[in-house]
Ligand binder design. Structure first.
Ligand SMILES: Nc1nc2c(ncn2[C@@H]2O[C@H](COP(=O)(O)OP(=O)(O)OP(=O)(O)O)[C@@H](O)[C@H]2O)c(=O)[nH]1
Ligand SMILES: [Mg+2]
Length: 382
């Protein structure tokens, strides 16, 4: 059997316990009478690397989710496949993703959910089998705008199917502007509660936090900026995962970040770019840690990864400045690992990325703690 046949991701996702078996099969296939049996030769290691490659899927659900993925695709995303899922055939057709799935053809006739999360959920259930087949990966990044019908209703079911396939589920979602009305907020809260039970790492970004940073802007501009925020966050985490092993950070470290605290998925992601002088490094390190869009409680940080990207001349003293600033901002007992990536086109700029677990978003806390029974009849329509 060739290694490509062995490298069946659907099987791999469901069969995590047999890593050892796969290792042995590959070793058998690579037995070379001329090499030292006590050592591992390069052809064996090369085949192992093929099997060990982390498969990431980035999935956008509903109109906002599809927009985010389209922009990610337009910018070019390496190391991850993209999937757009929608009840709205028009939106889906004009979106850009490697794979597309129109869910709920019977229920919605390709016309969207009409702002009803229960319809979005039914649509996902109608296509559960197809979803289960495509949602086969080691890590699934899920993104949607909460508050409508499709993202809010279908994304939790998509997360559930991904978990059933043993994937790590990392969810980034936006919460509606206050000005979008109470019903959208109610729907978003319920969607968040369902997403919390099936996500390992959950980052809700309230659109309103954007207003505090950029001031009063038209809603459409706000959506555009939020798209950029989501793209950047998802893109950087996918990058980090696939650049694991460059300096210090490996996939096992990242995996330990995506761990829930009891029923609460936690999460902190922050990215800032510094011009490189000492005072700016301190300021931008604090900015990355205290991401103003999330306003995380950094006293809850348990594990933290700091990835620093600069060109080849990046001095250790600058990395040290960043790490010590972030160390000062998290509890003493929190674990911190840092990694350095070199990118020749950075020039004198230095990018700081913080990925941490521990802080529970107040929105997640509130949604998970609310045991209010969801009544679709109260929230249909806008
Ligand atoms: N970032 C971003 N957010 C958006 C955009 N459009 C809408 N939103 C937000 O996402 C929420 C859900 O809207 P949509 O994604 O259009 O809704 P949907 O999931 O497609 O659901 P239905 O259309 O009702 O079936 C809205 O309440 C907005 O807060 C967008 O283009 N970008
Ligand atoms: Mg829609």
């Amino acid at each position: 059997m060739s290694v490509d046949e062995l490298f069946d991701l659907a099987k791999l996702a469901k069969n995590r316990s047999s890593v050892r078996e796969r290792f042995n099969e590959i070793a058998d296939a690579n037995r070379n009478p001329n090499s030292n049996p006590k050592c591992d030769d390069d052809s064996y290691l090369a085949d192992l690397l093929k099997v060990l490659k982390i498969k990431s899927l980035v999935v956008g659900v509903g109109g906002a989710g599809n927009n985010t993925i389209s922009r990610l695709e337009d910018m070019g995303i390496n190391n991850a496949e993209t999937v757009n899922i929608n009840t709205d055939a028009h939106d889906l057709y004009y979106s850009n993703a490697k794979h597309k799935i129109l869910i709920g053809k019977e229920r919605c006739n390709g016309l969207g959910s009409g702002n009803d999360p229960s319809v979005g959920a039914e649509a996902a259930l109608e296509d559960k089998k197809r979803l289960a087949e495509i949602l086969s990966a080691d890590i699934i990044f899920l993104t949607c705008g909460l508050g409508g019908g499709t993202g809010t209703g279908a994304a939790p079911i998509i997360a559930e199917e991904a978990k059933r396939n043993n994937a790590i589920v990392v969810t980034f979602c936006s919460l509606p502007f206050k000005s979008e009305g109470t019903q959208r907020a109610v729907r978003a809260k319920e969607g968040l509660r369902s997403l919390a039970s099936n996500s390992d790492f959950l980052i809700p970004i309230p659109n309103d936090n954007l207003l505090e940073i950029v001031g009063k802007i038209p809603m459409i501009t706000g959506f555009k900026i939020m798209d950029e925020v989501l793209i950047r966050n998802i893109g950087e985490v996918v990058n980090l995962i696939n650049n694991c092993g460059l300096v210090n950070i490996d996939f096992a470290d990242v995996k330990r970040i995506f761990v829930k605290r009891e029923n609460y998925p936690t999460g902190l992601v922050g990215i800032a770019e510094s011009i490189g002088d000492d005072s700016d490094l301190v300021e931008k390190s604090k900015l990355a840690l205290n991401n103003p869009l999330l306003k995380p409680d950094t006293s809850q940080v348990q594990r933290c990864i700091v990835s620093v990207t600069g060109d080849h001349s990046l001095p250790l003293s600058k990395v040290d400045k960043i790490i010590s600033t972030i160390t000062d901002g998290i509890p003493e007992e929190a674990q911190l690992k840092f990694g350095v990536q070199n990118k020749p086109d950075m020039g004198s700029k230095i990018k700081i990325m913080v990925l941490a677990n521990g802080p529970i978003s107040p929105y997640v806390q509130d949604a998970v703690d609310s045991d209010k029974t969801f009544s679709h009849s109260n929230i249909v329509g806008f």
